[in-house]
Each structure stands twice: as structure tokens, then as C-alpha cells.
Design a protein around this ligand. Structure first.
Ligand code: FES
Length: 265
């Protein structure tokens, strides 16, 4: 062996780690959290029903934007651009691949799944199972560099989700209405913005490659704002997985008639 933990010059330690604490717990929790979201989002995306509440105009983010003739009446906020979709294509197919790409290439999620799923390495001072390490210098991981472009699309999707949350202030008789669903949709969209703007690429777009902040006061202000969010990027990554699932679950329960929306106005 010429690379990895068996490379010449590395200490010969027969056990995988000399750590005595529960170093395996954080990667295990990360795995469980990610698996929960992936399973939930996959099932819901392919379900094809209970994504729109016609009375209150609630649309789940997993189906937004809905742009086909398969969308239930009222849910296609931006028009029906294409005909009926076969059941194996999710109705949110336009945004989902980009959102998936955005999260998969996110700097925080990379850390999370490199450690927990790929175990490269699982934890500090714990030998990894792989013999070789090429980092992100080779295919396929070199593709992680496209993160910035996913950020641009994710920002557009956040605008679309914001629009969905605004048009949801609707009552069955046609005027303004507000219920618990609006609060949930609004909190979700605020958290999505916080996560999106806290992105490391966004921070670089805001303040990167500048020689003098003093010559760019607006960019400096925006960079300062993004930097404050950026230190919470990990928390926002997890919070938004939670708010996305909660929002979708609430819309599903109301749309299916399992519960009624709690109306304030
Ligand atoms: Fe996480 Fe960009 S670094 S979304």
C-alpha cells in the first residue's frame, strides 16, 4: 500500500481508532436524518396527489412550479407549458433536479455525507475504510465545483416559492384569507431564503474578488449580512429539511381532508 492509512511512514495501529468516546454517533444521526428526508421527499414527489388545497391555494414546495396538464386546476401558477406527464415523472420535475444538485453539492452537506455515508473519514482520528484518496480533484467529485450554478437556480426557485406563499393568502370566497397553513408556508420560505443566502457561493458572489470593500459599500453590506447567516449554514441546512417536510405534510393532510386548516381570517 502506498496511500491512505497504510502508506509508508504512518503509524501501525491495529485498531480502527483509539478513541473511546462515541465517535460513531454523529455520523449515525446524520445518516438517519438524511435518509428520513430522502425517503420522505421521494415518496411524496412520486405520489402525484394531495399537493394543492384549492380552497386556500396552498401548494407544497415539492410540486412547485407545477407546469404540466397533469397539475390539478389552480396549482399551475405559471401556466401549463407541457402536456400530461406519465406517473413516473414527478410533477415538480422542473425544479427538483436543481434543488437536489444544490443540496448535494452544498459545502455543508458534502461534509455531512462524506463523513457519514462515504466515511472519508468517519471522524477525526478514525481510520477510513478507503485505501485511496483523491479528494475532489477527479471525476466524479470534481463536479462539485458546479455548486455556484445550482445556487443561481435555487435562488430562482426561492422566488417561485415566495410567490406561492403570497398567493396562498386566499379565502374560499375569493378575498384575503389566512390560516395556519400560511404561517407554515411563510416560515418555510423565510428559512429557505436564509439557507440559500447563507450559501458559501453566495458569500463569494457578494464579496469575493474585491480589493477594497470601501469602494463597494453595497456589496460590503450584503457580504456582511450573508456572512452572519453563513456561520449558521449547517443549522439552516437541517432546519430547511425539517420545514420542507413539515410544510409538505401539512398541505398533504389538509388536501386529503385528514385535518382542517386552522383559519384566523
Ligand atoms: Fe451550502 Fe451553498 S454551501 S448551499
Amino acid at each position: 500500500m502506498t496511500a491512505g492509512i497504510n502508506a509508508p511512514g504512518r503509524a501501525r495501529i491495529p485498531v480502527r481508532s483509539l478513541r473511546t468516546d462515541r465517535w460513531w454517533l454523529p455520523p449515525l444521526i446524520t445518516n438517519l436524518g438524511l435518509a428520513t428526508f430522502v425517503i420522505y421527499a421521494t415518496v411524496r414527489s412520486f405520489m402525484g396527489e394531495w399537493y394543492w388545497v384549492n380552497d386556500y391555494h396552498y401548494l407544497t414546495p415539492f410540486y412547485s412550479p407545477c407546469i404540466s396538464e397533469s397539475c390539478v386546476p389552480g396549482s399551475a401558477h405559471f401556466g401549463e407549458w407541457i402536456g400530461e406527464l406519465p406517473g413516473w415523472i414527478p410533477m415538480g420535475f422542473l425544479a427538483l433536479p436543481f434543488l437536489l444538485g444544490f443540496r448535494l453539492t452544498c459545502y455543508y452537506y458534502r461534509k455531512a455525507y462524506y463523513r457519514s455515508v462515504w466515511q472519508s473519514p468517519t471522524a477525526c482520528a478514525v481510520a477510513e475504510p478507503h485505501a485511496k484518496y483523491s479528494g475532489e480533484t477527479k471525476f466524479p467529485l470534481i463536479l462539485q465545483n458546479v455548486h455556484r450554478y445550482f445556487f443561481y437556480v435555487a435562488a430562482i426557485v426561492a422566488v417561485i416559492n415566495t410567490y406561492d406563499a403570497i398567493v396562498a393568502f386566499h379565502s374560499p370566497d375569493g378575498g384575503f384569507g389566512m390560516g395556519l397553513g400560511n404561517v407554515i408556508l411563510l416560515v418555510n420560505v423565510i428559512m429557505l431564503w436564509a439557507y440559500t443566502l447563507s450559501c458559501h457561493s453566495c458569500r463569494h458572489i457578494a464579496g469575493g474578488r474585491l480589493k477594497h470593500f470601501s469602494a463597494h459599500p453595497i456589496r460590503y453590506k450584503f457580504w456582511t449580512f450573508v456572512s452572519k447567516l453563513n456561520v449558521r449554514h449547517m443549522q439552516l441546512a437541517w432546519i430547511t429539511l425539517g420545514t420542507l417536510m413539515l410544510t409538505d405534510l401539512y398541505v398533504m393532510l389538509v388536501a386529503s381532508g385528514a385535518i382542517s386548516d386552522l383559519r384566523f381570517v
